[in-house]
Design a protein around this ligand. Structure first.
Ligand SMILES: Nc1ncnc2c1ncn2[C@@H]1O[C@H](COP(=O)(O)OP(=O)(O)OP(=O)(O)O)[C@@H](O)[C@H]1O
Length: 283
């Protein structure tokens, strides 16, 4: 499997901290996949994202983009931050100008795109994320969900190859979460590799085709979700829950689930219950 981004033996402590936030961490992000990064509070997910875009530098170990170690030179970092887009957990950390239109254009202007292209991309992304009506609204008047969409729009406008999302669904209602997931599916279908950090194991299970689990700054599990969740004891010991659909599937009689992959959405599960999935491996 091709990896687009890797960290090798990465150790990092925040200034004055008694414990490292990342502790000899080695992992890779598979190109073209939808990866979910899980782990308890403080396991190092956000710290890893900050390392990925070179905001912090490792104390030891290497961060690599497409096989090349980061150099931390100004120009190289500028280019890296166009290739890797990070959507912060808190949009307030990301949005700096007064309106969605100004904020999105600002990022493109920083990337030194020609004005005509800035205008075209801004209009298109506002439209795509259903923000056109809010384009000139002061940002402080927007709801948290709307601000999160503006922050995502600003990152997507730069057309990154790798999109990192830190708890993108936190505080969103079901409808906004659904809209966001549809948008991420669309972005992924255009060839963008995505990594989502989340505690929501139901979401992780529905979304991911690759999972990484962090614990105290180390990667303790990696693989396709159905494989990762087989490590039930370890998952629970880490304070994470098994997804509800996975638990329901486990509760089915052995003969019923024999040789059938655990379903990852409610309609597949219903079909399984109604006995429509007679073919092996197709829930
Ligand atoms: N700015 C900071 N200064 C000092 N320590 C920090 C800072 N940011 C994070 N830490 C510490 O680094 C460790 C990893 O934190 P990090 O925010 O990366 O975890 P996380 O997995 O993203 O957590 P959460 O799920 O709560 O968002 C924690 O022990 C945290 O207290």
């Amino acid at each position: 499997m091709n990896s687009i981004f890797e960290v090798t033996s990465l150790t990092y402590s925040y200034p004055g901290a008694s414990q490292p936030a990342l502790n000899n961490l080695t992992l890779s992000i598979p190109q073209g996949k939808k990866t979910v990064l899980c782990g308890h509070n403080g396991s190092g997910k956000s710290t890893l994202f900050l390392q990925a875009i070179g905001i912090n530098r490792p104390d030891a170990g290497v961060v690599s983009w497409k096989g090349e170690p980061l150099t931390y030179k100004h120009k190289a970092l500028q280019k890296l931050r166009q290739n890797i887009g990070l959507v912060f957990q808190d949009p307030e950390q990301q949005l700096i100008l007064n309106t969605p239109l100004e904020d999105i254009s600002y990022g493109l202007r920083n990337a030194k795109l020609p004005e005509a292209q800035i205008e075209a991309r801004t209009t298109s992304i506002l439209n795509q994320l259903k923000l056109t009506e809010l384009a000139d609204q002061p940002l402080h008047q927007l709801s948290l969900g709307q601000k999160k969409r503006v922050a995502l729009a600003g990152v997507l406008a730069l057309e990154p190859e790798l999109l990192l999302l830190d708890e993108p669904t936190a505080y969103l209602d079901r409808r906004s979460e659904q809209l966001l997931l549809e948008e991420l599916e669309r972005v992924h279908s255009q060839g963008v590799t995505t990594v989502m950090a989340t505690h929501d194991m139901n979401l992780a299970y529905a979304y991911a085709d690759w999972m990484l689990v962090l614990d105290h700054g180390r990667c303790v599990l990696a693989g396709p979700p159905a494989e990762v969740f087989q490590n039930e004891e370890q998952i629970t010991a880490l304070g994470l829950e098994l997804p509800i659909l996975y638990q329901l599937w486990q509760a089915l009689p052995e003969a019923r689930r024999h040789d059938i992959e655990p379903p990852r959405d409610v309609s597949s599960f219903k079909r399984l219950l109604q006995g429509q999935d007679t073919e092996k491996g197709t829930p």
